[in-house]
Design a protein around this ligand. Structure first.
Ligand code: NAP
Length: 306
């Protein structure tokens, strides 16, 4: 594969940034990748494990001369990072991000970027419950979706080049507008995470079930809830604070459906329950047919890294 950007700057060195770095290395997609994280501890770890060709101690130094700058920090701090880096950006550079929310990031980052710098927001629909500089791996984006969310007047050449990069990192790329993106991920990711957090919290609160029983007998659905509920608290706090409306809309619908199922159970309405579960089973089949998961028993857990 060939070089797509001469110099790429990664701001934030966690799961997504480190996976991007290893995927770019795998494909030889950048001549140099420069990285920065807030804490000296993370920067030291990155140097120790060879994460990035160069790790800098300031945002200004990291973005200097970069052709592509990728914001890989929690959504809540994107604006601060954008403000700090703005005076140091090269004319003609592209700024992108990997944030899980798009309307808020576009509103808060866009105004900081100077004339002559292209802004092309994006979101990889791939992740694990692990975080930090050691958690990344080159295959994270293979056959996963990457949504590009262009802003008004996004330069088509800049969009095309970013698309090339993500495709070369293994992803399938689609474009979507920001409002629609936020609603889609509220359904597919944000609300499910909140439900998992709640379920694990409820199990913890149920004093009738001892800790050991919850853990010992968790092979059923509960174990998957605990995996999701182990996701990074800062990232997920920021997701809910910034994708407020779409998440609340989906949770409102969820609550209504939950009440309907609750009533069916109370009234012994087996027909309602069976019809509902038949419909949801078909959705699972659709996800497998689309190649977005494996139908191996136990979610193919033993063969997968995440
Ligand atoms: P992560 O593993 O928790 O890493 C976050 C990184 O951001 C850390 O290196 C942290 O530095 C750095 N950071 C935090 N505040 C900073 C600041 N003010 N200035 C500079 N660096 C700062 O996070 P992640 O999972 O890679 O997520 C990064 C972004 O990707 C988030 O916006 C998230 O919404 C999005 N995303 C995540 C997933 C997922 O499943 N995890 C999937 C898709 C998109 P320190 O280590 O020094 O604290």
């Amino acid at each position: 594969m060939s070089v797509i950007y001469d110099r790429v700057a990664l701001i934030g060195l966690g799961l997504i940034a480190s996976s991007m770095f290893w995927a770019m290395k795998r494909g030889g997609l950048a001549k140099e990748v420069v990285g920065y994280a807030r804490s000296a501890e993370t920067r030291d770890t990155a140097r120790e494990i060879g994460l990035c060709d160069r790790v800098c101690d300031s945002i200004a130094e990291t973005v200097e001369g970069a052709d592509l700058i990728v914001l890989c920090v929690p959504v809540g701090v994107m604006a601060d990072v954008a403000a700090e880096m703005a005076p140091h950006l090269k004319t003609g550079a592209t700024v992108t991000d990997v944030g899980s929310v798009k309307v808020d990031v576009i509103q808060k980052v866009g105004p900081h970027l100077p004339e002559g710098v292209h802004f092309v927001p994006a979101h990889p629909l791939a992740g694990t419950e692990h975080s930090g500089p050691r958690s990344g791996f080159a295959e994270l984006f293979d056959n996963r979706w990457l949504l590009i969310v262009p802003v008004a007047g996004s330069d088509r050449a800049a969009v095309g080049r970013l698309r090339d990069l993500w495709e070369a990192m293994g992803a399938n790329v689609d474009e979507m507008d920001a409002e629609h993106h936020d609603l889609v991920v509220a359904v597919t990711s944000h609300a499910p995470h909140l439900i998992a957090y709640t379920m694990v919290g409820v199990a913890d609160d149920l004093r009738r079930v001892t800790d050991s029983e919850v853990i010992k007998y968790s092979a059923g659905g509960f174990r998957d809830f605990t995996r999701i509920a182990a996701s990074d608290p800062t990232m997920w706090r920021d997701v809910f604070l910034t994708n407020k409306e779409a998440t609340l809309e989906v949770l409102g619908r969820f609550t209504e459906e939950l009440f309907a199922l609750q009533r069916a159970i109370r009234q012994g309405d087996g027909e309602h329950l069976h019809a509902y579960f038949t419909r949801t089973r078909a959705i699972r089949r659709g996800i497998i047919e689309a190649g977005q998961d494996t139908d191996a028993p136990d979610f193919g857990r033993s063969g997968r890294k995440s």
